[in-house]
Design a protein around this ligand. Structure first.
Ligand code: AMP
Length: 419
Protein backbone atom coordinates (compact mmCIF):
# COMPACT_ATOMS: atom_id res chain seq x y z
CA UNK A 1 0.00 0.00 0.00
CA UNK A 2 1.25 3.49 -0.69
CA UNK A 3 1.33 6.32 1.79
CA UNK A 4 -1.77 7.77 0.19
CA UNK A 5 -5.45 6.88 0.28
CA UNK A 6 -8.42 8.12 -1.69
CA UNK A 7 -9.73 11.28 0.04
CA UNK A 8 -12.51 10.91 2.61
CA UNK A 9 -15.91 10.37 1.04
CA UNK A 10 -14.47 9.15 -2.27
CA UNK A 11 -13.68 5.76 -3.71
CA UNK A 12 -12.00 4.36 -6.78
CA UNK A 13 -13.71 2.47 -9.57
CA UNK A 14 -11.54 -0.55 -10.25
CA UNK A 15 -11.77 -3.41 -12.71
CA UNK A 16 -13.64 -5.67 -12.92
CA UNK A 17 -16.35 -3.77 -10.94
CA UNK A 18 -15.82 -0.56 -12.90
CA UNK A 19 -17.42 -2.27 -15.93
CA UNK A 20 -20.74 -2.05 -14.06
CA UNK A 21 -20.45 1.72 -13.85
CA UNK A 22 -19.77 2.01 -17.55
CA UNK A 23 -22.74 -0.25 -18.27
CA UNK A 24 -25.02 1.85 -16.05
CA UNK A 25 -23.94 5.07 -17.75
CA UNK A 26 -24.52 3.47 -21.11
CA UNK A 27 -27.95 2.14 -20.12
CA UNK A 28 -29.05 5.61 -19.02
CA UNK A 29 -27.55 7.33 -22.05
CA UNK A 30 -28.88 4.98 -24.72
CA UNK A 31 -32.59 5.98 -24.53
CA UNK A 32 -31.56 9.66 -24.54
CA UNK A 33 -29.39 9.32 -27.63
CA UNK A 34 -32.31 7.54 -29.22
CA UNK A 35 -34.65 10.45 -28.45
CA UNK A 36 -32.91 13.46 -29.92
CA UNK A 37 -30.64 14.38 -27.01
CA UNK A 38 -27.13 15.52 -28.03
CA UNK A 39 -24.07 15.02 -25.83
CA UNK A 40 -22.78 18.02 -23.90
CA UNK A 41 -19.69 18.33 -21.72
CA UNK A 42 -18.89 21.31 -19.55
CA UNK A 43 -15.87 22.00 -17.27
CA UNK A 44 -15.62 20.38 -13.86
CA UNK A 45 -15.58 23.84 -12.28
CA UNK A 46 -17.42 27.11 -12.83
CA UNK A 47 -17.60 30.62 -11.47
CA UNK A 48 -18.94 30.19 -7.92
CA UNK A 49 -21.64 32.80 -8.61
CA UNK A 50 -23.27 30.56 -11.21
CA UNK A 51 -24.17 28.08 -8.48
CA UNK A 52 -24.95 30.70 -5.86
CA UNK A 53 -27.53 32.23 -8.19
CA UNK A 54 -28.55 29.13 -10.08
CA UNK A 55 -28.84 26.56 -7.31
CA UNK A 56 -29.92 29.05 -4.65
CA UNK A 57 -28.22 30.98 -1.85
CA UNK A 58 -30.26 29.26 0.83
CA UNK A 59 -29.67 25.67 -0.23
CA UNK A 60 -27.42 23.26 1.64
CA UNK A 61 -25.49 22.70 -1.56
CA UNK A 62 -24.44 26.35 -1.76
CA UNK A 63 -24.13 27.18 1.93
CA UNK A 64 -22.38 24.02 3.13
CA UNK A 65 -21.37 21.65 0.40
CA UNK A 66 -19.46 23.47 -2.30
CA UNK A 67 -15.75 23.07 -2.90
CA UNK A 68 -14.84 26.70 -3.45
CA UNK A 69 -11.35 27.90 -4.28
CA UNK A 70 -9.55 30.93 -5.55
CA UNK A 71 -7.22 30.57 -8.51
CA UNK A 72 -3.78 32.16 -8.73
CA UNK A 73 -5.42 34.63 -11.13
CA UNK A 74 -7.93 35.63 -8.45
CA UNK A 75 -11.02 33.92 -9.89
CA UNK A 76 -13.48 32.41 -7.41
CA UNK A 77 -14.43 29.00 -8.72
CA UNK A 78 -16.34 26.01 -7.41
CA UNK A 79 -16.13 22.34 -8.34
CA UNK A 80 -19.53 21.61 -9.82
CA UNK A 81 -22.00 20.25 -7.25
CA UNK A 82 -24.55 19.70 -10.04
CA UNK A 83 -24.61 20.19 -13.79
CA UNK A 84 -27.94 21.80 -14.71
CA UNK A 85 -26.76 25.37 -14.13
CA UNK A 86 -23.50 24.74 -16.05
CA UNK A 87 -25.41 23.20 -18.97
CA UNK A 88 -27.75 26.17 -19.17
CA UNK A 89 -24.77 28.54 -18.92
CA UNK A 90 -23.08 26.71 -21.82
CA UNK A 91 -26.22 26.69 -23.98
CA UNK A 92 -26.75 30.43 -23.44
CA UNK A 93 -23.06 31.21 -24.03
CA UNK A 94 -23.10 29.35 -27.36
CA UNK A 95 -26.52 30.75 -28.31
CA UNK A 96 -27.82 27.25 -28.95
CA UNK A 97 -31.24 28.47 -27.84
CA UNK A 98 -31.40 30.77 -30.88
CA UNK A 99 -31.10 27.89 -33.32
CA UNK A 100 -34.37 26.20 -32.40
CA UNK A 101 -36.11 25.06 -29.27
CA UNK A 102 -36.09 22.93 -27.28
CA UNK A 103 -32.37 22.33 -26.96
CA UNK A 104 -32.13 18.72 -25.81
CA UNK A 105 -28.81 17.61 -24.31
CA UNK A 106 -27.45 14.89 -22.06
CA UNK A 107 -24.27 14.75 -19.98
CA UNK A 108 -22.33 12.30 -17.87
CA UNK A 109 -19.78 13.22 -15.24
CA UNK A 110 -18.40 13.83 -11.78
CA UNK A 111 -20.11 16.00 -9.17
CA UNK A 112 -18.55 17.27 -5.96
CA UNK A 113 -20.34 17.96 -2.69
CA UNK A 114 -18.79 18.33 0.73
CA UNK A 115 -21.31 16.09 2.47
CA UNK A 116 -21.11 13.86 5.51
CA UNK A 117 -20.07 10.60 3.87
CA UNK A 118 -22.06 7.41 4.40
CA UNK A 119 -23.14 4.51 2.24
CA UNK A 120 -24.64 5.98 -0.93
CA UNK A 121 -23.53 9.50 -0.06
CA UNK A 122 -20.13 10.55 -1.28
CA UNK A 123 -18.14 13.71 -1.80
CA UNK A 124 -17.37 12.72 -5.33
CA UNK A 125 -20.07 10.95 -7.29
CA UNK A 126 -21.24 10.61 -10.81
CA UNK A 127 -24.46 11.51 -12.59
CA UNK A 128 -25.93 11.06 -16.02
CA UNK A 129 -28.34 13.87 -16.72
CA UNK A 130 -30.66 15.19 -19.40
CA UNK A 131 -31.99 18.70 -20.00
CA UNK A 132 -34.66 19.89 -22.42
CA UNK A 133 -34.28 23.64 -22.59
CA UNK A 134 -36.68 26.28 -23.87
CA UNK A 135 -40.09 24.68 -24.20
CA UNK A 136 -43.13 24.62 -22.00
CA UNK A 137 -44.82 21.42 -23.04
CA UNK A 138 -46.09 18.70 -20.70
CA UNK A 139 -45.04 16.11 -23.28
CA UNK A 140 -41.43 17.10 -22.65
CA UNK A 141 -41.77 16.53 -18.91
CA UNK A 142 -43.44 13.22 -19.70
CA UNK A 143 -40.72 12.25 -22.19
CA UNK A 144 -37.99 12.66 -19.61
CA UNK A 145 -39.81 10.67 -16.94
CA UNK A 146 -40.56 7.92 -19.43
CA UNK A 147 -36.92 7.77 -20.59
CA UNK A 148 -35.56 7.54 -17.05
CA UNK A 149 -38.06 4.78 -16.31
CA UNK A 150 -37.00 3.01 -19.49
CA UNK A 151 -33.32 3.06 -18.57
CA UNK A 152 -33.97 1.64 -15.10
CA UNK A 153 -36.16 -1.07 -16.60
CA UNK A 154 -33.47 -1.86 -19.18
CA UNK A 155 -31.06 -2.42 -16.31
CA UNK A 156 -33.55 -4.86 -14.82
CA UNK A 157 -34.45 -2.73 -11.80
CA UNK A 158 -37.89 -3.31 -10.32
CA UNK A 159 -38.00 -2.02 -6.76
CA UNK A 160 -37.97 1.66 -7.58
CA UNK A 161 -40.82 4.12 -7.35
CA UNK A 162 -41.44 7.41 -9.09
CA UNK A 163 -42.71 10.19 -6.84
CA UNK A 164 -44.41 13.08 -8.61
CA UNK A 165 -45.52 16.53 -7.54
CA UNK A 166 -46.07 20.01 -8.89
CA UNK A 167 -44.40 23.00 -7.23
CA UNK A 168 -46.59 25.57 -8.97
CA UNK A 169 -45.29 28.69 -10.64
CA UNK A 170 -44.60 32.35 -9.86
CA UNK A 171 -48.31 32.99 -9.70
CA UNK A 172 -49.56 30.36 -7.26
CA UNK A 173 -46.47 29.42 -5.32
CA UNK A 174 -46.12 32.76 -3.47
CA UNK A 175 -49.68 32.40 -2.14
CA UNK A 176 -48.93 28.89 -0.95
CA UNK A 177 -45.56 29.96 0.41
CA UNK A 178 -47.23 32.56 2.62
CA UNK A 179 -49.82 30.06 3.87
CA UNK A 180 -47.12 27.52 4.65
CA UNK A 181 -45.06 30.14 6.46
CA UNK A 182 -48.03 31.04 8.63
CA UNK A 183 -48.45 27.40 9.49
CA UNK A 184 -44.74 26.84 10.23
CA UNK A 185 -44.53 29.87 12.51
CA UNK A 186 -47.01 28.18 14.82
CA UNK A 187 -44.90 25.04 15.25
CA UNK A 188 -42.36 24.07 17.86
CA UNK A 189 -39.21 24.22 15.72
CA UNK A 190 -35.56 24.93 16.48
CA UNK A 191 -34.09 28.25 15.52
CA UNK A 192 -32.34 27.12 12.36
CA UNK A 193 -35.50 25.50 11.04
CA UNK A 194 -37.52 28.61 11.83
CA UNK A 195 -34.96 30.65 9.93
CA UNK A 196 -35.27 28.26 7.01
CA UNK A 197 -39.04 28.66 7.19
CA UNK A 198 -38.55 32.38 6.57
CA UNK A 199 -36.12 32.00 3.66
CA UNK A 200 -37.33 28.84 1.96
CA UNK A 201 -40.35 27.34 3.73
CA UNK A 202 -40.91 24.60 1.14
CA UNK A 203 -37.65 22.99 2.13
CA UNK A 204 -38.89 22.49 5.68
CA UNK A 205 -41.32 19.94 4.22
CA UNK A 206 -38.25 17.95 3.20
CA UNK A 207 -36.94 17.78 6.79
CA UNK A 208 -36.42 14.11 7.54
CA UNK A 209 -36.43 14.36 11.36
CA UNK A 210 -39.40 12.48 12.87
CA UNK A 211 -40.24 15.23 15.39
CA UNK A 212 -40.48 17.73 12.54
CA UNK A 213 -42.38 15.37 10.24
CA UNK A 214 -44.89 14.70 13.02
CA UNK A 215 -45.76 18.38 13.20
CA UNK A 216 -46.16 18.62 9.44
CA UNK A 217 -49.09 16.22 9.06
CA UNK A 218 -51.58 19.05 8.77
CA UNK A 219 -49.37 21.38 6.77
CA UNK A 220 -51.13 23.08 3.85
CA UNK A 221 -50.37 21.31 0.57
CA UNK A 222 -49.35 23.02 -2.65
CA UNK A 223 -51.79 20.79 -4.47
CA UNK A 224 -54.64 22.80 -2.95
CA UNK A 225 -53.12 26.11 -4.05
CA UNK A 226 -52.16 25.38 -7.67
CA UNK A 227 -53.49 27.91 -10.18
CA UNK A 228 -55.62 26.63 -13.06
CA UNK A 229 -52.73 26.70 -15.53
CA UNK A 230 -50.45 24.69 -13.23
CA UNK A 231 -53.25 22.26 -12.44
CA UNK A 232 -53.98 21.63 -16.13
CA UNK A 233 -50.28 21.28 -16.91
CA UNK A 234 -49.75 18.77 -14.14
CA UNK A 235 -52.83 16.81 -15.08
CA UNK A 236 -51.54 16.45 -18.61
CA UNK A 237 -48.11 15.24 -17.47
CA UNK A 238 -49.84 12.65 -15.32
CA UNK A 239 -52.05 11.51 -18.19
CA UNK A 240 -49.16 11.21 -20.63
CA UNK A 241 -46.97 9.10 -18.39
CA UNK A 242 -49.94 6.97 -17.35
CA UNK A 243 -50.73 6.35 -21.02
CA UNK A 244 -47.10 5.28 -21.48
CA UNK A 245 -47.58 2.64 -18.80
CA UNK A 246 -45.27 4.32 -16.31
CA UNK A 247 -46.40 3.80 -12.75
CA UNK A 248 -45.95 6.72 -10.34
CA UNK A 249 -47.13 7.94 -6.97
CA UNK A 250 -48.44 11.41 -6.24
CA UNK A 251 -46.37 12.84 -3.42
CA UNK A 252 -47.82 16.23 -2.43
CA UNK A 253 -44.94 16.87 -0.03
CA UNK A 254 -42.14 16.25 -2.52
CA UNK A 255 -39.82 19.22 -2.76
CA UNK A 256 -36.20 19.16 -3.81
CA UNK A 257 -32.96 20.54 -2.46
CA UNK A 258 -32.45 22.99 -5.28
CA UNK A 259 -34.29 26.29 -5.51
CA UNK A 260 -34.84 26.44 -9.22
CA UNK A 261 -37.66 23.95 -9.60
CA UNK A 262 -41.14 24.98 -10.75
CA UNK A 263 -44.20 22.92 -11.64
CA UNK A 264 -43.28 19.27 -12.39
CA UNK A 265 -41.00 17.76 -9.76
CA UNK A 266 -40.14 14.10 -9.46
CA UNK A 267 -37.83 11.73 -7.72
CA UNK A 268 -36.88 8.12 -8.35
CA UNK A 269 -36.47 6.27 -5.07
CA UNK A 270 -35.26 2.73 -4.55
CA UNK A 271 -36.54 0.71 -1.63
CA UNK A 272 -33.37 -1.31 -1.10
CA UNK A 273 -31.04 1.56 -0.28
CA UNK A 274 -31.86 2.59 3.27
CA UNK A 275 -31.69 6.28 4.09
CA UNK A 276 -30.05 7.39 0.82
CA UNK A 277 -32.97 6.11 -1.20
CA UNK A 278 -33.12 8.70 -4.00
CA UNK A 279 -31.48 7.31 -7.10
CA UNK A 280 -32.43 10.22 -9.32
CA UNK A 281 -34.53 13.29 -9.52
CA UNK A 282 -35.47 16.26 -11.55
CA UNK A 283 -38.18 18.56 -12.71
CA UNK A 284 -39.06 21.77 -14.43
CA UNK A 285 -36.98 24.88 -13.86
CA UNK A 286 -38.73 27.64 -15.74
CA UNK A 287 -37.00 30.48 -13.90
CA UNK A 288 -33.38 29.33 -13.93
CA UNK A 289 -32.32 30.99 -17.17
CA UNK A 290 -33.45 34.40 -15.98
CA UNK A 291 -31.79 33.78 -12.61
CA UNK A 292 -28.42 33.50 -14.36
CA UNK A 293 -29.00 36.47 -16.65
CA UNK A 294 -30.53 34.77 -19.68
CA UNK A 295 -33.88 35.16 -21.44
CA UNK A 296 -37.00 33.29 -20.34
CA UNK A 297 -36.37 29.64 -21.21
CA UNK A 298 -38.75 27.24 -19.51
CA UNK A 299 -36.95 23.93 -19.19
CA UNK A 300 -37.08 20.50 -17.65
CA UNK A 301 -34.43 17.93 -16.78
CA UNK A 302 -33.20 15.20 -14.49
CA UNK A 303 -30.03 13.72 -13.08
CA UNK A 304 -29.67 10.07 -12.17
CA UNK A 305 -26.94 9.04 -9.74
CA UNK A 306 -24.66 6.38 -11.18
CA UNK A 307 -23.24 5.31 -7.79
CA UNK A 308 -26.65 4.76 -6.24
CA UNK A 309 -27.98 3.03 -9.34
CA UNK A 310 -25.12 0.52 -9.01
CA UNK A 311 -26.04 0.08 -5.32
CA UNK A 312 -29.68 -0.46 -6.35
CA UNK A 313 -28.59 -3.19 -8.78
CA UNK A 314 -26.66 -4.86 -5.97
CA UNK A 315 -29.63 -4.53 -3.60
CA UNK A 316 -31.80 -6.37 -6.13
CA UNK A 317 -29.10 -8.96 -6.77
CA UNK A 318 -28.96 -8.05 -10.46
CA UNK A 319 -25.86 -9.21 -12.30
CA UNK A 320 -25.48 -7.23 -15.50
CA UNK A 321 -24.58 -9.29 -18.51
CA UNK A 322 -21.16 -7.82 -19.17
CA UNK A 323 -19.35 -9.83 -21.84
CA UNK A 324 -15.68 -10.58 -21.26
CA UNK A 325 -13.64 -7.93 -23.03
CA UNK A 326 -10.83 -10.25 -24.18
CA UNK A 327 -11.58 -12.94 -26.77
CA UNK A 328 -8.09 -14.28 -27.39
CA UNK A 329 -5.13 -14.56 -25.02
CA UNK A 330 -1.68 -15.29 -26.47
CA UNK A 331 0.91 -17.30 -24.56
CA UNK A 332 4.42 -17.31 -26.05
CA UNK A 333 7.08 -19.63 -24.68
CA UNK A 334 10.51 -18.25 -25.53
CA UNK A 335 12.00 -15.22 -27.28
CA UNK A 336 11.20 -16.04 -30.88
CA UNK A 337 7.66 -17.11 -30.04
CA UNK A 338 7.21 -13.81 -28.26
CA UNK A 339 8.05 -11.77 -31.34
CA UNK A 340 5.84 -13.85 -33.62
CA UNK A 341 2.81 -13.93 -31.29
CA UNK A 342 3.08 -10.27 -30.40
CA UNK A 343 2.84 -9.45 -34.11
CA UNK A 344 -0.19 -11.75 -34.40
CA UNK A 345 -1.91 -10.09 -31.44
CA UNK A 346 -1.36 -6.70 -33.04
CA UNK A 347 -2.84 -8.02 -36.29
CA UNK A 348 -5.84 -9.54 -34.48
CA UNK A 349 -6.52 -6.24 -32.75
CA UNK A 350 -6.33 -4.35 -36.05
CA UNK A 351 -8.93 -6.76 -37.37
CA UNK A 352 -11.24 -5.98 -34.47
CA UNK A 353 -10.58 -9.12 -32.42
CA UNK A 354 -10.11 -8.31 -28.72
CA UNK A 355 -6.77 -9.87 -27.84
CA UNK A 356 -4.32 -9.79 -24.97
CA UNK A 357 -0.84 -11.16 -24.39
CA UNK A 358 1.13 -12.82 -21.63
CA UNK A 359 3.79 -10.28 -20.71
CA UNK A 360 6.85 -10.68 -18.55
CA UNK A 361 8.27 -13.91 -20.00
CA UNK A 362 6.13 -16.19 -17.82
CA UNK A 363 6.26 -19.97 -17.94
CA UNK A 364 3.33 -22.00 -19.24
CA UNK A 365 1.56 -22.48 -15.92
CA UNK A 366 1.62 -18.83 -14.81
CA UNK A 367 0.77 -17.67 -18.33
CA UNK A 368 -2.29 -19.96 -18.50
CA UNK A 369 -3.49 -18.53 -15.21
CA UNK A 370 -3.43 -15.14 -16.90
CA UNK A 371 -5.37 -16.56 -19.83
CA UNK A 372 -8.02 -17.87 -17.42
CA UNK A 373 -8.27 -14.62 -15.55
CA UNK A 374 -8.70 -12.66 -18.78
CA UNK A 375 -11.95 -14.50 -19.51
CA UNK A 376 -10.76 -15.13 -23.08
CA UNK A 377 -12.61 -17.75 -25.08
CA UNK A 378 -9.42 -18.90 -26.83
CA UNK A 379 -5.76 -19.17 -25.90
CA UNK A 380 -2.97 -19.27 -28.46
CA UNK A 381 0.06 -21.15 -27.19
CA UNK A 382 3.33 -21.09 -29.10
CA UNK A 383 6.14 -23.35 -27.79
CA UNK A 384 9.52 -24.41 -29.21
CA UNK A 385 8.23 -27.54 -30.91
CA UNK A 386 5.28 -25.67 -32.45
CA UNK A 387 7.72 -23.10 -33.77
CA UNK A 388 9.78 -25.74 -35.52
CA UNK A 389 6.59 -27.10 -37.12
CA UNK A 390 5.19 -23.71 -38.08
CA UNK A 391 2.04 -24.22 -35.99
CA UNK A 392 0.44 -22.75 -32.90
CA UNK A 393 -1.86 -24.49 -30.38
CA UNK A 394 -5.35 -23.03 -30.33
CA UNK A 395 -7.09 -23.90 -27.10
CA UNK A 396 -10.82 -23.52 -26.57
CA UNK A 397 -10.93 -22.36 -22.96
CA UNK A 398 -14.52 -23.55 -22.51
CA UNK A 399 -14.23 -27.12 -23.79
CA UNK A 400 -10.50 -27.50 -23.10
CA UNK A 401 -10.09 -28.82 -26.66
CA UNK A 402 -6.78 -28.01 -28.30
CA UNK A 403 -5.89 -28.06 -32.00
CA UNK A 404 -2.77 -27.13 -33.91
CA UNK A 405 -3.26 -24.55 -36.67
CA UNK A 406 -0.76 -22.94 -39.02
CA UNK A 407 0.73 -19.66 -37.76
CA UNK A 408 -0.49 -17.98 -40.93
CA UNK A 409 -4.04 -19.14 -40.36
CA UNK A 410 -4.41 -17.59 -36.90
CA UNK A 411 -6.32 -14.47 -37.89
CA UNK A 412 -8.69 -16.10 -40.37
CA UNK A 413 -9.37 -19.07 -38.07
CA UNK A 414 -10.17 -16.89 -35.04
CA UNK A 415 -12.28 -14.48 -37.05
CA UNK A 416 -14.40 -17.35 -38.31
CA UNK A 417 -14.65 -19.05 -34.91
CA UNK A 418 -15.61 -15.83 -33.11
CA UNK A 419 -18.09 -15.03 -35.87
P1 AMP B 1 -29.63 15.99 -6.93
O1 AMP B 1 -28.64 16.62 -7.91
O2 AMP B 1 -29.35 16.37 -5.53
O3 AMP B 1 -31.04 16.15 -7.36
O4 AMP B 1 -29.34 14.44 -6.98
C1 AMP B 1 -29.66 13.62 -8.07
C2 AMP B 1 -29.10 12.25 -7.81
O5 AMP B 1 -27.69 12.30 -7.68
C3 AMP B 1 -29.56 11.63 -6.50
O6 AMP B 1 -30.79 11.01 -6.64
C4 AMP B 1 -28.45 10.65 -6.22
O7 AMP B 1 -28.61 9.45 -6.95
C5 AMP B 1 -27.25 11.37 -6.74
N1 AMP B 1 -26.52 12.02 -5.63
C6 AMP B 1 -26.74 13.25 -5.11
N2 AMP B 1 -25.87 13.51 -4.11
C7 AMP B 1 -25.09 12.40 -3.99
C8 AMP B 1 -24.00 12.04 -3.14
N3 AMP B 1 -23.51 12.87 -2.22
N4 AMP B 1 -23.44 10.81 -3.28
C9 AMP B 1 -23.91 9.95 -4.23
N5 AMP B 1 -24.92 10.25 -5.05
C10 AMP B 1 -25.52 11.45 -4.95
Amino acid sequence: MSTFKAPKGTYDLLPPDSAKYLAVREAIAAPLRNSGYGYIETPGFENVELFARGVGESTDIVTKEMYVFETKGGDRLALRPETTAPVLRAVLEANLHKAGLPVKVWYSGSQYRYERPQKGRYRHFSQVGAEAIGAEDPALDAELIILADQSYRALGLQNFRILLNSLGDQECRPVYRAALQDFLRGLDLDEETLRRAEINPLRVLDDKRPDVQKQLTDAPLLRDYLCDACKAYHEEVRELITAAGVVFEDDPKLVRGLDYYTRTTFEFVHDGLGSQSAVGGGGRYDGLSEMIGGPALPSVGWALGVDRTVLALEAEGIELDIPSTTSVFAVPLGEEARRILFAKVTELRKNGVAADFSYGGKGLKAAMKGANRSGARYALILGERDLAEGVVQLKDMESGEQTAIGVNEIVAELESRLG
